[in-house]
Each structure stands twice: as C-alpha cells, then as structure tokens.
Design a protein around this ligand. Structure first.
Ligand SMILES: [Zn+2]
Length: 203
C-alpha cells in the first residue's frame, strides 16, 4: 500500500502538483468523484460543522446527474475543480478523446484550471497537452478510503502519519468510501486541527 508517493517519483514527474511548499501549517483536503446525492451532503455537513473548506474534484457526468448538489458545494464556499467528464483511465484512452473529456468538464469550472487525472493515470503525451492549460494536481497522501478491505482506523492512521505542512490529501466522494468516511472523517479532521493544521483552498 503506497500512501505517500516516493520523493524521487515526485521529482521526476515535475509537471504535477503533488504537494505545496509551505512554511505555514496549511494542508489541502480534496474529495474526488462527486457530486453524489448521498455522500456529498454528508461530507458537506461535516465540513460545515468543523468550519473548514475543501476542494472537490468533480466528474462532469455526475454534475449533470446532480446539478443541485453542485450548487450545495458552491453555496458552502468550497472550491470545485476538474476530474474529467466521464472518469476515463488515461492509460487506456487515446489522447485526443482523453483531452476532449477533460475539456468537456471544464465548462463547469470557470473559476480555475485545476485538473486531477482519474486514478492518477495519465500518459506523457496527455500530460504535455494538458499542462499548457491546466495545473495537474495529484496528491501527497492517499488515504485508501475507497478500500473496503482495510480497517477504517487504518485509513485515519494513513492520514495522520503522512500529513505534513503542504500536504494534499485525497478522499473520495463515492459509495465505496461512504462507510469508511462515516466512521472516520469527523474524527480525522478534528485530530488534524489538534495538530495545528489549517485547511486551505488556495491553489
Ligand atoms: Zn476519481
């Protein structure tokens, strides 16, 4: 299980934002794959209770299904960003349709040009094309919240042990992660705050 991408990988793949160079105690909480009618309102409620903001990497298809949930995210003052229109795996998609799929989602995101490749899988050609227009954002801490095989407590531990100032943490806004998030999201945020971290949405 790789929670933290090795430093040498981060250095080689410089086109991507893995984390922020940070002097302050800021960290970036991100949620992928929404909006969803059940999971997103649950996450929003916790963020509201904890009075923090996050970045939601949204899928265009899901936005078309749940436009009212997109409005909820925006009304709460969170940042939305591009996670493609139909969540294609870049390794198995030709570059032209991959880039088109990203562009198709961007119409929902007039405020910024952040893009996170689905599964973190994107080819060098796709990267070269997209990096002209987009900031390609990966992560520094992958919590495995989408896994039904590991204990929820372990997911929290992955986050607590690997988060440092500047970290970008990825969580998921989907049904696979829902049961885990119900058990650990509130407590994890509380403990991150206790460690002195602030939650930033400035990219
Ligand atoms: Zn995704």
């Amino acid at each position: 299980m790789i929670v933290k991408p090795p430093k040498f990988v981060q250095r080689i793949l410089k086109s991507f934002i893995w984390r922020h160079n940070e002097d302050n105690n800021n960290i970036w909480l991100t949620f992928d794959d929404g909006p969803d009618s059940k999971v997103t309102p649950f996450i929003l409620q916790i963020l509201k209770n904890q009075q923090i903001k996050a970045t939601f990497f949204l899928v265009g298809e899901q936005i078309n299904k749940y436009p009212e949930i997109l409005d909820m995210i925006l009304n709460d003052g969170h940042i939305i960003a591009n996670h493609s229109y139909s969540h294609k795996n870049g390794w198995f998609t030709n570059s032209k349709s991959y880039v088109n799929d990203v562009e198709k989602c961007q119409v929902f995101m007039p405020e910024n040009n952040l893009f996170r490749p689905p599964y973190g899988k994107i080819t060098p050609i796709q990267t070269r094309t997209l990096e002209k227009k987009y900031k390609i954002v990966l992560w520094d801490v992958l919590s495995y919240d989408f896994s039904e095989k590991i204990k929820p407590e372990k997911i929290k531990e992955n986050i607590m042990k690997n988060t440092t100032k500047g970290s970008i943490i990825v969580l998921h806004n989907n049904h696979k992660s829902y049961n885990n998030l119900k058990l650990i999201l509130h407590q994890t945020i509380k403990e991150l705050k206790q460690k002195g971290f602030n939650f930033s949405t400035t990219w």
